[in-house]
Design a protein around this ligand. Structure first.
Ligand code: FEO
Length: 206
């Protein structure tokens, strides 16, 4: 379990007379205005989004590790590409964090695991990246299913932004892998691809 039963949001739920999945605004019954920090998403969705926030931070961490590997192996374009990906993932984490704050959640951050630092080759870097993004897509699809099941349309709308983003990310990385497989170990080909990766424009804010 990622949190103990006695944490503040559980106490809050007791205060407004909630027992399980969904907080309805009970303030009218007790004659109070909605206190700062009162959640309007379910407890299970709150936990699931907190975990997704952690996965987005791990994604940022992973891409920074990949950038370091590329830079160390003189693929400076690929290093720059992963640096931008690191920044994008940080924006994704911030987007979920901001949403949780807007929903009145007292966000409690989870530990971020250490990413790998060795990848074997530039192709392996991008293959690891694609595998990671496919894993993220699966997680976001499951979260979307949960939001629909709970009729939580606000969270569902947030998640659809992420689901669409995954389509673009997987396509982008898949295209790079295809080019790397074409050139194999050809130095000139790798140099061309690295130059192309280095010209990636920064993404607009999420
Ligand atoms: Fe934010 Fe690439 O997952």
């Amino acid at each position: 379990m990622y949190r103990a039963a006695s944490q503040p949001w559980d106490q809050r739920r007791c205060l407004v007379g909630q027992s399980s999945t969904k907080v309805t605004v009970a303030t009218a019954e007790v004659g109070l205005s909605l206190p700062k920090g009162t959640t309007v998403i379910s407890e299970s969705m709150e936990g699931a989004l907190s975990e997704q926030l952690n996965h987005e931070f791990y994604s940022a961490y992973l891409y920074l590790a990949m950038s370091a590997y590329c830079s160390h192996n003189n693929f400076n374009g690929a290093a720059q590409w992963h640096q931008l990906q690191f920044e994008e993932e940080h924006q994704h984490a911030t987007k979920i964090y901001d949403y949780l704050m807007d929903q009145g959640v007292h966000v409690q951050l989870l530990p971020i695991p250490a990413p790998p630092s060795e990848f074997g080759s530039i192709l392996e870097v991008f293959e690891a990246s694609l595998a990671h993004e496919q894993d993220m897509t699966g997680r976001l699809n499951e979260l979307s299913d949960q939001a629909l099941k709970e009729k939580d349309h606000a969270t569902y709308n947030l998640l659809q932004w992420f689901v669409n983003e995954q389509v673009e990310e997987e396509a982008s990385v898949g295209g790079i892998i295809a080019k790397l497989k074409l050139v194999k170990d050809d130095g000139y080909g790798l140099l061309m691809i690295d130059n192309e990766l280095g010209s990636r424009p920064a993404s607009p804010a999420a």
